[in-house]
Design a protein around this ligand. Structure first.
Ligand code: Z5A
Ligand code: MG
Length: 218
């Protein structure tokens, strides 16, 4: 029998601070896979289309105020409401590519001062990404790239605090899931240069992976 038939799709996550180019690269990756006739789906977090997503959207646009713990749990709940669909697609052999995930959830909430461990727990046992690509861009270049938007968190102070927390998140992933699950990518240079770097790291993951989907932080 063909061993490839037992393979599932890979779960690949893009993470990083504001303006590092996540959405740009995720879109290009999905386009490339479609051109190569590979099955792939994009999953953006927050998914602002759901009922919970609409509450998150109002918060990010400062149209609603919310307790820090409460909004943290909503970001996590927004991932949980998508978890079954992610697993189903992976089992059907579809590569799922996420634009942000639980790691943003921890980094941004911890940067506001919530305890790191509190931030980690709600996402425990979510589908574990096979690879997280952390796009790293110095603050000066992120600021040059374009003006900060008008959403909450889009300030230099918040971005610097979040940068620190992402370092702690990276350590935690490596400690619990091993060094191969998290890779830092230099996000400087042209869109094409960054795309080549990412392509090299993704390698043949998009051909599918063996074994069951893991659980985050377990
Ligand atoms: N958040 C949270 O608190 N908790 C959670 O659990 C989650 C999220 C999941 C909204 O996220 C906020 O939610 C976010 C974290 C928080 N707050 N902040 N900051 P979002 O994902 O919706 O944020 P966004 O509005 O999509 O922005 P972004 O993701 O920060 O940007 P990006 O996707 O990394 O960058 P981009 O859109 O691809 O590129 C930005 C610009 O740079 C654009 O004009 C590009 O054309 C340009 N660009 C891209 N690549 C290059 C290169 N290589 N050179 C030059 N210019 C480039
Ligand atoms: Mg984006």
């Amino acid at each position: 029998s063909d061993p490839s038939s037992s393979r599932r799709g890979a779960f690949i996550v893009f993470e990083g601070l504001d303006r590092c180019g996540k959405s740009t690269q995720v879109a290009r990756l999905v386009d490339r896979l479609e051109r190569e006739s590979q099955k792939a789906r994009l999953q953006k977090f927050p998914d602002r289309t759901t009922a919970i997503g609409k509450m998150i959207d109002a918060y990010l646009q400062s149209k609603a105020e919310m307790d820090d713990h409460a909004i943290h749990l909503l970001f996590s709940a927004n991932r949980w409401e998508c978890a079954a669909a992610i697993k189903r697609d992976l089992d059907r052999g579809i590569t799922v590519i996420a634009d942000r995930y639980a790691f943003s959830g921890i980094a941004f909430s911890a940067a506001k001062g919530l305890p790191f461990d509190f931030c980690l727990q709600p996402d425990r046992a979510l589908p574990l990404p096979d690879l997280t690509l952390y796009m790293s861009l110095p603050q000066e270049e992120a600021t040059q790239r374009s003006q900060f938007g008008e959403e909450r968190y889009e300030t230099v102070t918040m971005q610097q605090a979040t940068r620190k927390q992402f370092r702690l998140v990276a350590e935690e992933v490596k400690k619990i899931h091993g060094g191969k699950k998290w890779m830092e990518v230099d996000a400087r240079g042209t869109i094409e240069e960054v795309e080549e770097r990412l392509k090299g790291l993704i390698g043949d993951l998009t051909d599918g992976v063996n074994g069951r989907v893991g659980e985050l932080w377990v």
